[in-house]
Ligand binder design. Sequence first.
Ligand code: DP6
Length: 370
Amino acid sequence: MKETQFLPRNYSNNIACGEVAWSSPSNIALVKYWGKKKYQIPQNQSISFTLDACKTKTKLHFEKKDQNNDGFSFDVIFEGAKNEGFKPKIETFFKRIDAYLPFLKTYHFTIETSNTFPHSSGIASSASGMSALALCLVDLEKQLIASDASLEEQDRSVEEDYFVKKASFLARLGSGSACRSIEGDIVVWGEHDEIEGSSDLYGVRYLEEVHENFKNYHDTILLVDKGEKQVSSTVGHDLMHGHPFAKERFGQAEENITKIKAILKSGDLKAFIALIESEALTLHAMMMTSMPYFILMKPNTLEIINKIWAFREETGLHIGFTLDAGANVHVLYPENEAEEIYEFINTELVAYCQNGHYICDRIGFGACKL
Ligand code: DP6
């Protein structure tokens, strides 16, 4: 699909006001998106597990404006209170998607949103937040397009496929990784020769064979540092322009998608851990070797990593970690070893979390309408 396929169709329904609500999850990348071209096009392919517990719930109330003026009109209510802080990011999002949803300026919106995880946890809420909002907007668009009751089942599934793709396409324009949050349980973003249907424009569900070992995979998120991010991901992505190792990194990510495809099929957990840990450390290495340079890990991040390595060596259990662009550690492990590993996390790792806080999550199945 090309961008032009997401341009609007005829809106034949005139709706004065109403409400839509969606819940959308966060996701954790296994092969990381780091570096982008213009218009939120990724420099390399990425693949993620959709999460289950970390979600944003968004209710979009819409009301036709009396006068069709030029600007966007919206209020944001975050966790029950009016919030001005989110408005600039949403304004930018609306500007980017205006051509694809021309009704935006004809409504006043009240965006009521909340997270199932603590806001100040240092967990990126842009993926769940932007995907939930994108879903509300495509849902409204669907209502504005008159539905055709005579559609054959096949055409209906084409419509559904379009809905999901457009939601992911729009979410990407809000925040790149958000395009991987519409569906579950594994999503690829970025065109790759070995992933059928993959695209730079939106995320696609990973439909290749996946071994039982990865069913119900756990992700315990250790909240090492709940503060504001030291560098926003947008700034971080920018630092890949002119980065001395950029070309090699983008090539490596492409190869890692090929490798992880074989790993997901075979169920080789050792190889899986080696790949995700290397990806996480490479992401941080890119930040450490950019100009300006950053260290986003904290002493406790390293303490946790070393504890995980020692425990793995000692027990032979398949515990591994990944990191996002911050100090928190995502501890990944299979369902059949969950009991012992969870016990270890509780006794050995929780002490390194800020105020002892962590979040138990696992691989999930994507967004849903509320
Ligand atoms: C390290 O999607 O937050 O989490 O497109 O600028 O909004 P923007 O960036 P964002 O970047 C996420 C980077 C990452 C890796 C990943 O999720 O793939």
